[in-house]
Design a protein around this ligand. Structure first.
Ligand SMILES: Nc1nc2c(ncn2[C@@H]2O[C@H](COP(=O)(O)OP(=O)(O)OP(=O)(O)O)[C@@H](O)[C@H]2O)c(=O)[nH]1
Ligand SMILES: [Mg+2]
Length: 234
């Protein structure tokens, strides 16, 4: 609990045995429940998370977005915080981000990694890719945001009733921000440090970049034609 608000932390994990130990040991005491959503990791991720007191949810459907959507269903707190299991995001700053949420009377605060404090955390081609996708997001939806793909967020659980979240994949990160912004919810960004990941990357940057761009156009068509609710999971 922090400032009278209960808080869940949701962490999607796929083979993060090296990182999850460090992430869970850095969690601030204000977190009431930590939920690790695992998609069949073949390493010790689930066992380590469970031994460190996290509630481990096994999700059989694959994907970052699917993991988050399932994790959110288990949250019963006032506020939901998110982070990755690879040690890149500053979990110890969750109380500062909540202070900012309260101060700004915002519903959603998204971590903004740019400008990077540690250039080793993200190679320049990925910085460039992130910026291009964020620029397209802003132009397509007419919104202002500096880090469209950040994975550290703080938001009130109650807003989930308004957001249409359908993505099972990487695009969930954009989807949750776009949905919040397009619903006119008070949305702020908060500058955060981003540090090099623990453990090997599994990401194919070109395929993920293309997937994120394709999602933006598809989602825009859905907003324009008002078919968001009726379409199937993406
Ligand atoms: N449950 C689940 N978690 C996933 C899946 N894919 C990725 N993750 C987790 O989502 C978080 C973000 O994924 P990362 O692989 O770190 O993606 P990234 O930060 O864009 O790329 P890196 O530069 O490699 O760190 C990590 O905690 C992953 O373990 C998945 O299919 N299922
Ligand atoms: Mg990462």
């Amino acid at each position: 609990m922090y400032k009278n608000k209960t808080i869940s932390l949701v962490i999607p994990c796929l083979n993060e045995e090296k990182g999850i130990h460090q992430v869970l040991s850095r969690i601030p005491p204000c977190i009431d429940t930590t939920i690790v959503v695992d998609n069949g990791s073949t390493d010790q991720t689930a066992a380590i998370a469970s031994s460190l007191g996290a509630q481990v949810i096994s999700e059989t459907k694959k994907g970052y977005g699917r993991a988050y959507r399932t994790g959110f269903e288990y949250c019963r707190t006032d506020i939901i915080a998110t982070t990755d299991g690879d040690g890149t995001y500053p979990v110890e700053l969750i109380p500062d981000m909540i202070d900012y949420l309260l101060e700004q009377e915002a519903d959603f605060v998204s971590g903004n990694r740019f400008p990077l404090e540690n250039e080793k955390a993200m190679p320049s081609h990925l910085v460039c890719g992130n910026k291009v996708i964020t620029l397209i997001l802003c132009r397509t939806f007419g919104v202002k945001i500096q880090d469209g793909l950040s994975g550290m967020w703080i938001f009130y659980r109650r807003i989930l009733d308004q957001l249409v979240l359908k993505s099972n994949r990487w695009s969930l990160s954009q989807e949750i921000k776009i949905e919040s912004l397009m619903h006119g919810l008070p949305f702020r960004e908060f500058h955060i440090p981003y540090t090099p990941r623990i453990g090997m990357t599994k990401l194919g940057p070109i395929s993920v970049g293309l997937e994120n761009m394709a999602y933006l156009f598809w989602h825009k068509i859905q907003w324009m034609t008002n078919i968001r609710e009726s379409t199937h999971d993406e």
